[in-house]
Design a protein around this ligand. Structure first.
Ligand code: GRF
Length: 196
């Protein structure tokens, strides 16, 4: 892997996590990474607009074989799922084993897996009366939110929180730990490659 790891980011929605990576790279706080492509599962994802504004190559790929083709074409070393709402097929997991990471808005293994995404996560946390929630960066394997955890950070649930107010607080932490988690993964890959 070259000095800056080539990163492809998979998105489906607003792209605030993508924006956090773009901003940190621009501010020189994530020099280890270079975003080479943003691939969206939906043509109307605002994340695509964020990528275009940052001069990053974009693609829309609804079918998984298209996703693999776009990933290969991008030359990405690492794949980041940032608000990506599809489950990757085994051939993509296999092609990028231990090089795909995801950001999830809860303290995995709580409130994750099938059906736990976006506002549903925060609603379940509040309905359960939890005093804290958080965000998790983890490797992606064949399961849903089941890969090895890289980094987690706790976030308080405040009296009177709605799913929306909790989501906003957790999202801030997501933005921080996604970049930290990506740094960690790049370091691990370089170590495995013997610091080539
Ligand atoms: C975030 O809560 C993320 O954890 C989840 O999707 C939400 C939106 O992410 N996967 P983004 O603003 O599109 O990055």
């Amino acid at each position: 892997m070259e000095d800056s790891a080539k990163v492809a980011v998979l998105v489906s929605g607003g792209g605030t996590n993508l924006q956090a990576l773009i901003d940190k790279i621009r501010e020189g706080r994530l020099e280890e990474a270079k975003i080479v492509k943003v691939i969206s599962s939906r043509p109307d994802a605002f994340a695509l607009e964020r990528a275009r504004k940052a001069g990053i190559d974009t693609a829309v790929a609804a079918e998984q074989d298209e996703v693999l083709k776009e990933l290969k074409a991008s030359g990405a070393d690492i794949v980041v799922l940032a608000g990506y709402m599809k489950v990757l097929p085994p051939e993509i997991i296999e092609s990028y084993r231990n090089r795909i990471i995801n950001i999830h808005p809860s303290l995995i293994p709580k409130y994750c897996g099938k059906g736990f995404y976006g506002m549903r996560v925060h609603r379940a946390v509040i309905e359960a009366g939890e005093k804290e929630s958080g965000a998790t960066v983890h490797y992606v394997d064949e399961g849903v939110d089941t890969g090895k955890i890289i980094l987690q950070r706790r976030v308080p649930v405040i009296e009177g929180d709605t799913p929306e107010t909790l989501a906003a607080r957790v999202l801030e932490t997501e933005h921080e730990i996604l970049a930290e988690g990506l740094k960690e993964v790049i370091k691990n890959i370089k170590k495995d490659e013997g610091g080539k």
